[in-house]
Design a protein around this ligand. Structure first.
Ligand code: NAD
Length: 357
């Protein structure tokens, strides 16, 4: 099949590289509003290109499009593609405003079209391992999740991401992945969120760059996320001080998932995930480390972020006439939590999810 990539910047090029590996794909069209970018990709990969969206939408030989534009264009590209009968994968965050994200889901439901949102960490080996343990009952009922994410500022002073209008906020642009994981693991509706933001560290950011966020689920479970944009920690054992480390996405990125029967801890930079069991003994509740899995640096593209398997899975699903692996309304609920957290940071109060949309 022929596949189009709409908004072919950095992420679009990553998707093109994945598509080139698919046996089901025999043609790729890179579409972008920047003609020089389209020309560059045509020359680099020998693929097709378009500047006008209508040229892609009118091509009946293209059944599926990947929307990898900046966030402010997701709604328009997605709804127009769905209306033209295309299956759509759209990047996270779905949109810069909740109402736009809701429009996208409504359009998919109205047309009966395929819409999958790029919460690709649900394909990551690190996080699917935790989900498999939960589904096998090894953690019991998940009652508490906690994510610590410390990142450097690697967007730069001119990135569209640093403005609220461009990205929709830090929560959608960067942290939506991590609250999506919490929702996925706990498997319950989020009731409310409190996200106090600290004064900004990065002077040219309109979006918040340091905060905590706690969300509560209807059944009583809780989830917490600490996000800090900060300089790199300089400690001897820091794997990020290795000579081949490229400064960028984080200095600490870990998740602790606590259930009634056990716990799991992921550590992206140590490339490990570990599991503990809890056992009630005469001496009290005893916690035992039972398993640790690790990956090599060569496996990074699969075990941390996994847009590779996500892309190939979506192509396979569309070819087989199967539904998306993440229901659009499930993705919309993650976006609802992100926009509630943004409102909480603005207004300094607990925000109910029922206040959004
Ligand atoms: N792991 C992940 O999930 C992950 C990682 C990186 C980026 N992303 C997402 O991918 C998207 C793109 O990020 P990026 O880093 O590639 O940004 P980028 O700035 O490199 O590319 C965005 C491209 O969109 C194009 N564009 C803007 N408006 C358009 C329109 N109306 N029609 C067509 N093209 C348009 C721009 O010209 C640019 O080439 C964002 O939504 C981002 O959140 C996801």
């Amino acid at each position: 099949m022929k596949v189009a990539v709409l908004g072919a910047g950095r992420m679009g090029e990553t998707v093109i590289n994945h598509l080139l590996k698919s046996e089901l794909v025999d043609g790729i069209v890179a579409q972008d509003i920047r003609p020089e970018r389209v020309a560059e990709l045509i020359a680099r990969y020998g693929i097709g290109g378009a500047v006008e969206l209508d040229d892609v939408l009118a091509d009946a030989g293209i059944p599926v499009v990947f929307v990898t534009s900046s966030n402010d264009a997701h709604r328009e590209l997605t709804t127009r593609a769905l209306r033209a009968g295309k299956a759509v994968m759209t990047e996270k965050p779905m949109a810069t405003r909740f109402d736009d994200a809701a429009d996208m889901v409504a359009e998919a439901e109205r047309t009966g079209g395929f819409l999958q949102v790029g919460f690709e960490l649900r394909y990551s080996r690190l996080y699917t391992t935790v989900k498999d343990w939960i589904d096998a009952g090894l953690l019991g009922r998940v009652v508490n999740t906690s994510c610590t994410y410390i990142s450097s500022e690697f967007w730069g002073p001119h990135a569209w991401r640093r403005t609220k209008a461009g990205s929709g906020g830090m929560f959608g642009e960067k942290l939506s992945h991590y609250v999506d994981l919490s929702r996925w693991w706990v498997g319950d509706a989020v009731r409310d969120v409190y996200a106090p933001a600290a004064p900004n560290v990065v002077p040219y950011f309109e979006v918040h760059d340091n905060f905590h966020a706690t969300h509560r689920f209807a059944g009583g479970a809780t989830g917490h996320l600490t996000f800090m944009m900060a300089p790199a920690a300089k400690v001897e054992s820091d794997p990020l001080q290795a000579p081949d480390y490229v400064p960028g996405d984080g200095h600490e990125l870990s998740y602790l998932v606590v259930g009634t029967a056990g716990a799991a801890r992921t550590d992206v930079f140590a490339r490990t995930v570990s599991r503990w069991t809890f056992e009630l003994t005469d001496a009290g509740l005893v916690s035992t480390l039972v398993e640790t899995r690790s990956w090599t640096k060569e496996e990074d593209h699969r075990y941390i972020h996994n847009t590779h398997d996500q892309t190939l899975d979506i192509v396979r699903r569309v070819a087989a006439g199967q539904p998306p692996s993440i229901a659009p309304r499930d993705a919309l609920d993650t976006m609802r939590l992100c926009f509630a957290a943004e409102r909480s940071a603005e207004e300094g109060r607990i925000v109910g999810l029922d206040e959004i949309g």
